[in-house]
Design a protein around this ligand. Structure first.
Ligand code: ATP
Ligand code: MG
Length: 394
């Protein structure tokens, strides 16, 4: 919902505001770059400008919805509002509020919320004046539409926002939520292990949300995985890549079919743990080539036998890099809900291939010594070679 002729998106960020000036300016530049890249990738005309604690996207009114969506896809954005820009004068503001109400009011109680920035004498009116006069103007407009105007300041159905700055004012009807977090690129990259399941894309997205570009890596389990898993990994990587067009987020695929077959033949109860260790070590090798400083997985305490706290302690030892697990305490139902919001749920609705690798009685309380004793002596050498043989999905 936006006012007629809306051609500006007001973009608000959160945590950047508490950084030092130097850091904030750098992060604002990264956020601006990200929104620019999203606009260009989606062929939306627009320019992004940064002012203190605020970004503005100017666009053609016919692209206002798409431009707002691009802004709310950018990491670090707390909210965005498609707005119409008017002169910072009472008449112009009230007229814009009336036009917005005329076109978008759809019943229910209303409220006007006004903010004024700048010195107290920047305008001949206060924010209270704006709310009172604006409330009267919106009420009259609702009446002219044949409805009974009712005000509800606590839980309105229809809100007209005004933001008045010294040299311009904005009228808008919505604050659309963004992902929050920090601008992409404000952290060093991480390698994200993407399985084609539901959890790993959500975990990767969480790391991106905190500012880390990711290098997605899929470990192809050969006949134990199957083309459907690979296709799902590709689809989820594509979805994540759509959100970060300024980075190379093509899926890397490590061919591990032979290794899995050998683990299946040689290792029993701790097989899945050796496979996890191999995956982490592959991620470590890929990280070396991408300046990445950690690994992200979709693991969650106790979700599978390989994810008991004891077993996570053992698998962690396969790499010197930190293993980030954004979903470590998240329940599966909540993860699935987030996957739906993110748009990766449909891509991943087939049971995972690991089921064909898992032993009948998996170890849930492993020790490093027992896992090492059972796994092939050349495991990590082979892992290096597999990582080197990785391909890139265009
Ligand atoms: P997901 O966790 O993505 O839903 P899943 O639950 O089938 O898939 P798990 O067995 O829970 O997979 O695997 C735990 C984590 O290990 C995954 O979240 C992912 O980060 C990583 N992983 C598992 N299998 C693969 C694979 N074939 N390629 C890359 N990473 C994988
Ligand atoms: Mg999982």
């Amino acid at each position: 919902m936006h006012p007629p002729a809306a051609g500006t998106v007001l973009v608000r960020h959160g945590e950047l505001g508490v950084k030092s000036d130097q850091v904030r300016i750098k992060m604002e530049r990264q956020l601006q770059g990200h929104i620019d890249a999203l606009l260009a990738d989606r062929s939306i005309s627009g320019t992004v400008r940064t002012e203190r604690n605020r970004l503005y996207v100017r666009t053609d009114p016919k692209h206002i919805e798409d431009a707002t969506e691009a802004a709310t896809d950018a990491f670090g954005v707390v909210s965005a509002s498609p707005a119409v820009r008017v002169e910072p004068e009472l008449d112009a503001i009230l007229a814009a509020m009336k036009r917005a109400t005329e076109r978008e009011y759809d019943g229910g109680a209303f409220a006007v919320r006004a903010r004024r920035a700048g010195s107290s004498d920047a305008h001949p009116f206060s924010s209270t004046d704006l709310e009172q006069e604006g409330g009267a103007a919106v009420g009259e407009t609702i009446e002219s539409l044949g409805a009974e105007p009712t005000v509800d300041l606590d839980d309105p159905d229809f809100t007209v926002f005004v933001e008045c700055r010294p040299e311009k004012a904005f009228v808008f009807l919505e604050k659309r939520e963004g992902p929050g977090g920090l601008p992409l690129g404000s952290q060093r990259p991480l390698v994200a292990l993407l399985s084609g399941g539901h959890d790993s894309p959500v975990a990767a997205w969480e790391a991106m949300r905190r500012g880390s570009p990711i290098v997605p890596l899929y470990v192809d389990l050969g006949e134990f995985g199957g083309t459907d898993h690979r296709a799902r990994a590709v689809a989820t990587a594509d979805r994540l890549a759509e959100l970060a067009p300024q980075y190379d987020m093509r899926l890397r695929v490590a061919p591990a079919g032979n290794l899995v077959a050998d683990l299946l033949a040689a290792v029993d109860a701790t097989r899945m743990l050796s496979l996890r260790r191999a995956m982490l070590a592959m991620a470590d090798a890929v990280a070396d080539d991408h300046d990445a400083v950690g690994v992200v997985t979709g693991e969650s305490i106790g979700q599978k036998s390989s994810q008991t706290t004891a077993n996570l302690a053992v698998t962690d030892r396969a790499t010197d890099l930190p293993v980030h697990r954004p979903l470590v305490t998240t329940d599966k139902t909540d993860i699935l809900e987030r996957a739906r919001d993110l748009g990766t749920y449909e891509d991943t609705s087939i049971p995972a291939g690991c089921n064909r690798v898992a032993p009948e009685y998996p170890e849930t309380n492993a020790t490093l010594e027992a896992v090492e004793a059972a796994e092939p002596a050349d495991l990590f050498e082979r892992v290096r070679a597999i990582a080197d043989d990785r391909t890139i999905v265009e």
